[in-house]
Design a binder for this molecule. Structure first.
Ligand code: C5P
Length: 292
């Protein structure tokens, strides 16, 4: 038995942090969107009792420190299922450690794929519950689409779809540690916050331009040193005609929204000269179903 599942990347159209919970996690308020850029996750089930993982990128871990392998372990353990051999191959296209939830999307794809292959019939909410054991972005990645994410990221409210648009995603050459960036945020001192309500209203009105001018991520304000290259890319996206631009998640990728495909393509070609990990894609607002 085998299946191939697409693991789509996500963007934070907005990212706000409300407060630090006693658990150390933060209460978030984020408008999320899915992009067409994806990894392919091939899952096969056979006789045996281990999880085997491979990817097309030699530097990624393939033991259970990879969240996709961990997802398979969690699925069998939490459902108390008889063990099977699970062989996973991930063809990565999403940039790694980039703020587009590549790992979380892989984990979500494994949960969705195993649910389908093993006929366990878990509903979206139940898959999301398993997903939260793996990471804060995994519940969103189970269903995708345009959504408001609150709590750690697991309280999800569907929103009207972002109008169809062209998106340039650009990852600078450095990485940013997620826990250290959260550590730099003092919720009482956040100077600029995204206009989340205004963005939701713009989505209700179906107005891409009004969404685009409200793209904002509170982490942009605590970037230091070379991390400030993020702001250079953001300005470059504006200069090349983006309707709006922001960093996604804890970065370092920056994305710009474009109405016009030719303008987006020209921006992509220009940024790619300096930043090899630049991508041209579209949004993908519909909810995920198996086989898509
Ligand atoms: O849940 P996940 O493993 O993706 O979180 C990685 C790290 O990001 C956490 O250890 C925590 O430092 C930070 N985090 C947070 N609040 C959230 C999500 C993540 O502080 N809502």
């Amino acid at each position: 038995m085998e299946i191939q599942v697409q693991a789509y990347g996500k963007l934070n159209l907005s990212l706000d942090i409300l407060q630090r919970q006693p658990t150390g996690y933060h209460d978030m308020r984020m408008v999320m969107e899915t992009v067409a850029l994806c990894d392919d996750v091939h899952i096969a089930i056979s006789e045996g009792d281990s999880v085997q993982l491979s990817t097309n990128l030699h530097y990624l871990p393939v033991d259970d420190s990879n969240i996709a392998a961990e997802a398979a372990e969690v699925f069998f353990q939490e459902l108390d299922l008889p063990r099977r051999q699970v062989t996973i191959h991930i063809h990565k296209r999403l940039p790694v450690s980039a703020g587009v939830a590549g790992g979380s999307a892989n984990a979500a794809a494994v949960l969705r794929g195993l649910n389908h292959l093993l006929g366990t019939g878990l509903r979206t909410e139940e898959l999301r519950h398993l997903g939260l054991m793996l990471g804060s972005d995994v519940p969103y990645c189970i269903g995708g689409g345009t959504a408001l994410a609150e709590g750690r990221g697991e309280i999800l409210t569907p929103l009207p779809s972002l109008p169809s648009c062209h998106i340039v995603i650009c990852k600078p050459k450095f990485s940013i540690s997620t826990p250290s960036l959260f550590g730099k945020i003092d919720c009482a001192k956040i100077r600029h916050r995204p206009d989340t309500s205004g963005m939701i209203k713009a989505l209700e009105d179906g107005c891409l331009g009004q969404v685009a001018v409200r793209l904002y991520n509170v982490f942009e304000d605590v970037l230091t040193g070379k991390q400030r290259d993020v702001l250079v890319i953001k300005n470059a996206l504006f200069d090349t005609g983006a309707l709006g631009a922001a960093m996604t998640g804890t970065g370092p990728s920056v994305f710009g929204l474009f109405e016009d495909e030719q303008v987006a393509r020209a921006a992509y070609e220009q940024l790619k000269q300096t930043y090899p990990e630049t991508f041209l894609t579209k949004n993908r607002s519909e909810l995920l179903t198996m086989g898509k």
